[in-house]
Design a protein around this ligand. Structure first.
Ligand code: FRU
Length: 532
């Protein structure tokens, strides 16, 4: 008897030790020194990641959940991975939040703070966090069934550390349409209800609830307007002030795959009003999206499935978005190991009224300043002329692999292609800039390194029509090891692209093809690796 006890105690101890070892091993699997590992863009330590999910702010923490397959670096049975940050820049990995179960894989969705405990899941007078997600029934899919997607919820009473799935899931059963997913829920203060936007094949549906458990469909939008080159996914709906005025408009984000302007996955949006039941397009915006034309949030190929944070405090007041920095055209094949994919930088959205109608401005969050290195001086020049067909190679005193470039110049009167070029000793190069003849921004990764993994990756130069009419063209570019994010003209035109040089880029050059140009300002600020 006594011996048996000792024996089971030993087994238990061994079990605990083994468990801890395997957890530690798992953490160590990634050195964060691998080729192409982003230095300041969130990426999972190991395994596959796609859409960001359940972004919610609660008690000083920004939560970031994400579509995750922990056992391989290709898409598979979907879990919700989890990380938290106190500043949107430094991320701490946490254990997986949601695992697949008998109802299916856990597809994309959102999370909210249920401040008034409408769900009844709160304990000790603390509001619960509620996650709302899509169940995808893989068994049903394999059988060719139509009823394979439904919506479920889970709650947490410990700041998102552990989650309990609701016993009566699903809260919205399948309605018979295969593509019925990605619930984004928010509390509508005006109409005092929970509103859910759902992507349903070629349109968005609006559902409302008082308790997050019982839902009623109130409207739909979008069958005849906007981009329709693919399936609609991951919507989001939120009000924004127009500029600094008191006027409020509602923005409806709709991700689409394929069908984006430069190919594959992309994000479009609509501006209008929400009456508590459905979304009504603004009259002027209607013209922008007639004939299945889209208005696009980002013209690069690597910003998808982005939606915004819930419950950002009123005192902050920002609408913050983050996207998946990849594209379904090649996401499963990019040359990274033992993980795949990263998120974009978090971005602040604002609304402005232009001659063409309401438009979103997308800017990197101000917290990106935390990436600056106090001890290293940025490179700075101002008011210089760069002659026709000339180039300028700044003496930086640091490598530009991780850097923030701020570059403004007068829009040339004559034709000229103005580009920033990153290159390495292998002759690989990535170029990003502005073509004054076509009045468009260009991002060229056709010779930026490894690209044979997919014919869809680097076959074309990506272009973005310039939205601003200002005389001065302003570029802000964030370079990480494997990505570039361009915020042109204060966020009026945005491009996000990834690339895979076989050795890190070491040189930055400014070049002009065509007529001379006037540099107003060029600042290159080195950035630091914050994710280790
Ligand atoms: C978008 C998406 C979502 C879905 C998830 C599955 O990238 O296809 O519509 O919920 O990914 O991983």
């Amino acid at each position: 008897m006594y011996r048996q006890r000792i024996y089971s105690l030993l087994l238990l101890l061994l079990g605990i030790l083994f468990h801890h070892k395997s957890m530690a091993q798992q953490q160590q699997l990634s050195s964060y020194q691998e080729a192409h590992r982003p230095a300041f863009h969130f990426s999972p330590s190991t395994g596959w990641m796609n859409d960001p999910n359940g972004m919610v702010y609660y008690e000083g923490e920004y939560h970031l959940f994400y579509q995750h397959y922990p056992d391989d670096n290709v898409w598979g049975p979907m879990h919700w991975g989890h990380a938290v940050s106190t500043d949107l820049i430094h991320w701490q990995h946490l254990p997986i939040a949601l695992f697949p179960d008998s109802l299916g894989y856990i597809f994309s969705g959102s999370a909210v703070v249920d401040w008034n405990n409408t769900s009844g899941f709160g304990v000790n007078n603390q509001p619960p966090l509620i996650a709302i997600f899509t169940y995808h029934d893989m068994v049903g899919e394999k059988k060719g069934l139509e009823k394979i997607q439904s919506q479920g919820i889970a709650y947490s009473n410990d700041k998102g550390r552990t989650w309990t799935k609701y016993a009566n899931n699903p809260v919205i059963p399948s309605q018979g349409v295969r593509d019925f997913r990605d619930p984004k829920v928010s509390w509508d203060t005006e109409h005092r209800q929970w509103t859910m936007t759902l992507a349903v094949q070629d349109h968005v549906e609006f559902w409302v609830s008082n308790d997050l458990k019982n839902w009623k469909r109130t409207g739909d939008f979008g069958k005849d307007v906007g981009g329709h080159g693919g399936v609609w996914e991951c919507p989001d709906l939120f009000p924004l002030h127009v500029g600094n005025t008191q006027e409020t408009k509602w923005v409806l984000i709709v991700n689409i795959n394929p069908g984006s302007p430069n190919g594959g996955s992309g994000t479009q949006y609509f501006v209008g009003d929400f009456d508590g039941k459905t979304f009504v397009l603004d009259e002027k915006f209607k013209a922008n999206v007639a004939n299945k034309q889209g208005v696009w949030l980002d013209y690069g190929r690597d910003n998808y499935a982005g939606v915004t944070w819930s419950d950002i405090p009123k005192t902050d007041g920002r609408r913050i978005m983050i996207g998946w920095m990849s594209n379904w055209d090649y996401a499963n094949k990019v040359p990274t190991n033992p993980w795949r994919s990263a998120c974009t930088l978090p971005r602040t959205l604002s609304l402005t009224n232009t001659e063409e109608g309401y438009r979103l401005l997308t800017k990197p969050v101000k917290e990106t300043d935390l990436l600056h290195i106090a001890a290293v001086k940025p490179y700075r020049i101002a008011n210089q002329v760069l002659k026709s067909n000339a180039s300028l190679e700044p003496t930086l005193g640091f490598v530009p692999t991780l850097s923030e470039v701020e570059f403004s110049f007068e829009k040339p009167q004559k034709n000229s292609l103005i580009q920033l070029e990153l290159s390495n000793s292998k002759g690989e190069r990535y170029l990003i800039g502005y073509d004054s003849e076509k009045n468009q921004f260009v991002s060229d990764r056709t010779k930026a390194g490894t690209n044979a993994f997919s014919p869809k990756f680097a076959s074309t130069i990506h272009i973005a029509p310039r939205a601003s009419k200002q005389k001065t063209v302003t570029l802000k570019v964030f370079f990480d090891v494997a990505s570039a994010e361009l915020f042109a003209d204060n966020g009026a035109t945005v491009m996000t692209d990834i690339f895979f040089p076989t050795e890190n880029f070491t040189k930055l050059r400014l070049q002009v093809k065509g007529s001379a140009m006037k540099i107003k300002q060029l600042t290159v600020t080195p950035l630091q690796r914050v994710l280790k």
